[in-house]
Every structure is written in C-alpha cells, then in structure tokens.
Design a protein around this ligand. Structure first.
Ligand SMILES: *Cc1c(COP(=O)(O)O)cnc(C)c1O
Length: 399
C-alpha cells in the first residue's frame, strides 16, 4: 500500500501553508540517505538547508546527545552548567574571536548581532541615540523576524508584515562602491552573507569580502558575517570569509552548529564588541542549554581537525565539475560542496525538476522559480554525487 498520499494530505490539513513541501514523508535517516514511510530511499541533497553538514545522525553527535539526555538537559542561564564553558571556549577558538554568546535559531543570532552592533554604536562609537544605521545587501536572507524581514528585498518574505523596523539601508550585493556611498557618520555595521544561500548560492566577486573588511576598518564600522548557512565546512573552509583571509568583527552561526539534532546558534566577537552586553540586557531561556552545548562541542571538534572542510572542497570540485557539463542549465554557481544551478525555464520549472528528482531518489528543493540548490551532507561519497548528477542529467534530458 502506498502510504504517502494520505500522510501528505494529513500534513496539509493540520498546518498553516507557509511551506510547499515535496510530497515525501520521511521516517528514518542515516548519513546522506533518508527513508520514507513506504520504505523508499532518497539521497538527501538539501541536508536541512545545511543544518545537516555532518549527515543524519552522525554517531559522535548522537552519542553526545544521548549521554547528555541522561545527565542534564536544561538549567537556564540563571545558573552555569558544566558544558557551557567548553562549548563557548572551543567556538571562540574556531572563530578566532574572544567571546561567544549562544542562542537557538539563526534568526535569534542575527537579532543578537543587530542589537549588539547598535549598542556598540551608541556606547563605543558614539552615535547619537536612536540614529544607528546598519547597511545590508539586496537579495539577503537573514531569517524571519519582523525586524529581519523589514530589510528583506523579497516581497514574499516581507509583504504585509509592516510596520517595518527602521535603521537599515540596502545596497547592491557585491558592489563595493555602493557600500562606500551608503556609509555615513551613524553607520555602525555592515551585515552580509559571504555567499548568499537562499538567493541561490550567489558568490560575490573575488576580492569583495576583503574590500568590505577594509572599508569597515577605515570607517570604524563592524563587519557582521552571517555564516549561518555558508559556515561550518559547507564551502570547503571553516567559514566562507576564510577564502579571502578575512576576519569579520562578528561571526553569526547556526544551522549545522546543532549537528542536525537541536537548534543551536551563536555569535562570536571581540571583547570590545560583545562586551557591550550587560546582565539583563539580552537573553534567551534555551540559549546555551546543556544539550545544545554537548552537541555543539562535538560539532566544533569535528571541525577542529579540518577533515570535513577538506572533504567539502574536494567533493565540491567533483560536483561543480560534473554540473558544468550538463545541458539544460543556464548557470552553475558554487563553492565547496554547495551549488546553485539555474534550470533553463524553457525546459521546466525548478519545482517540476525537484519532483522529477524525487521520483529518481534524490531530494533537492527549488528556490526562486528555476534555481535548485545542491548542498548534500559532507559525508556523501563520490559515487553518490555521481548518482545525484546522473539523476539530474536524466531529468533534464527527459524535458
Ligand atoms: C537559515 C538562515 C538564517 C535563519 O536561520 P533560522 O534558524 O531559520 O532562524 C539566517 N541567515 C542565513 C544566512 C540563513 O541561511
């Protein structure tokens, strides 16, 4: 019996339709593969929007979670627990920053970055009260809170959610002159994704991130790097800014930081920057909880060795190399094991391609009409990459 249609209908019946999922109902997963309620297996080429960089149920992460579940799960930040310091210490070292503040979701980490940057602007830079300006990029994606969607350029994400939070100016992504022109005396920060994920894996011109660093330094402005999707091994380096040898004033992390098990996000910055926070001025009930920290410690340990970064770089070369030879694509972008492909809209929509890939045992999701993002877990094998590309080739040929 095919259990999928009924289960899909049930899910539709009982939820708000803020997503348009592919018709697959997953029950189990391991590594790069998931199994649905009918027992069919699929290669996961979305990896939870890069929250599953280390694959489904990585043994080391699962073991840490199990052990922690049996000891202590929550204290709140009113008290200190024994996993907290190690997590923050290791993450500070991984980022090359002095201090870490753990939160839960990516959007909360971005909100934290915005609040800290504004406070730094008033307390350290000396911007007049209420005047702080943060420069952001066209086609950005930083999350879903009312403040964050206030500076989105995507009508789908933004429309009907006003009144909007002021204090942001949008400039063209990748255009360093536009950034320089937008800076004024009240500018406290530049917030950007070193590679734009939701926009379709948009890689800025080479040298751009280094130029942003220079402009920020010259103007006493904080460089806030949203590495929630691009960081933690996805691009072949620990962070995407590492490709240009750039140290931002703040690393914003999420997604894979929780190992695909728990929501874990964090910001990391210098004493001067994160030091502006004082008791009571910011917080989170679940932020930095013992379970999150126990998993986060193992995530950082996996990255400390550099193996995943190396693997992502090597497998990414194979993936991008193979994609470049496919007919039916109008663009192939990417870095490391992270590709954005534009399907020729004359052939089919991204949705149609995703559904056809699902038929062939490959999970991938369209974005913005004709773009598909391929971001498999970094534990994927070369043969499995070939399997995914072959499936895509067949789908494109069938059009
Ligand atoms: C996913 C994402 C976010 C938001 O993370 P949530 O955990 O969904 O709140 C923010 N910034 C970037 C770059 C992302 O990819």
């Amino acid at each position: 019996m095919n259990l999928t249609p009924g289960a899909v209908a049930d899910a539709e019946r009982w939820t708000a339709h803020n997503y348009h999922p592919l018709p697959v109902v997953i029950t189990e997963a391991e590594g790069a593969w998931v199994t649905d309620i009918d027992g069919k297996r699929y290669l996961d080429c979305l990896a939870g929007y890069s929250a599953l960089n280390f694959g489904h149920r990585h043994p080391q992460l699962i073991a840490a979670a199990h052990a922690q579940l049996d000891r202590l799960t929550l204290t709140s930040r009113a008290f200190i627990h024994d996993q907290f310091a190690e997590f923050c210490h290791r993450l500070a070292q991984l980022t090359g920053q002095d201090l870490v503040l753990p939160m839960n979701t990516g959007a909360e980490a971005v909100e934290t970055a915005i609040k800290v940057a504004r406070k730094w602007g008033y307390r350290v830079k000396g911007v007049p009260a209420g005047k702080a300006k943060i420069i952001v990029m066209s086609d950005n994606f930083h999350g879903r809170t009312t403040t964050i969607v206030s500076f989105s350029t995507d009508p789908e994400a933004r429309d009907d959610y006003g009144p909007y939070t002021p204090g942001f100016e949008i400039v063209a992504y990748g255009d360093i002159l536009a950034l320089e022109e937008a800076i004024d005396d009240n500018t406290v920060a530049v917030l950007l994704e070193p590679i734009q994920g939701e926009a379709g894996v948009i890689v800025p011109p080479s040298g751009y991130l280094a130029a942003v660093r220079q402009v920020c330094t010259d103007n006493n402005i904080l460089f806030l790097a949203d590495e929630i999707q691009s960081g933690l091994g996805r691009t072949g380096k620990t962070f995407a800014v590492d490709h240009e040898g750039v140290q931002p004033d703040m690393h914003i992390m999420g997604k894979a930081l929780g190992g695909g098990i728990v929501p874990v996000s964090a910001v990391a910055a210098s004493h001067e920057v994160l030091g502006v926070l004082t008791p009571g001025s910011h917080g989170s009930t679940f932020g930095g909880n013992p379970l999150a920290c126990a998993v986060g410690i193992e995530v950082v340990k996996l990255l400390e060795k550099g193996e995943y970064q190396q693997r992502s770089a090597e497998l990414g070369q194979r993936l991008l190399g193979e994609l470049e030879h496919l007919d039916g694509l109008t663009a192939v972008r990417g870095k490391g094991l992270w590709a954005g492909i534009d399907i020729d809209p004359k052939l089919m929509s991204g949705r149609t391609a995703s559904l056809a890939l699902l038929e062939r045992g490959v999970l991938a999701k369209d974005t913005h009409g004709s773009t598909i993002r391929l971001a498999p877990p970094i534990v994927i094998s070369e043969a499995e990459i070939d399997f995914a590309v072959d499936a895509l080739k067949t789908v494109l040929k069938s059009a």
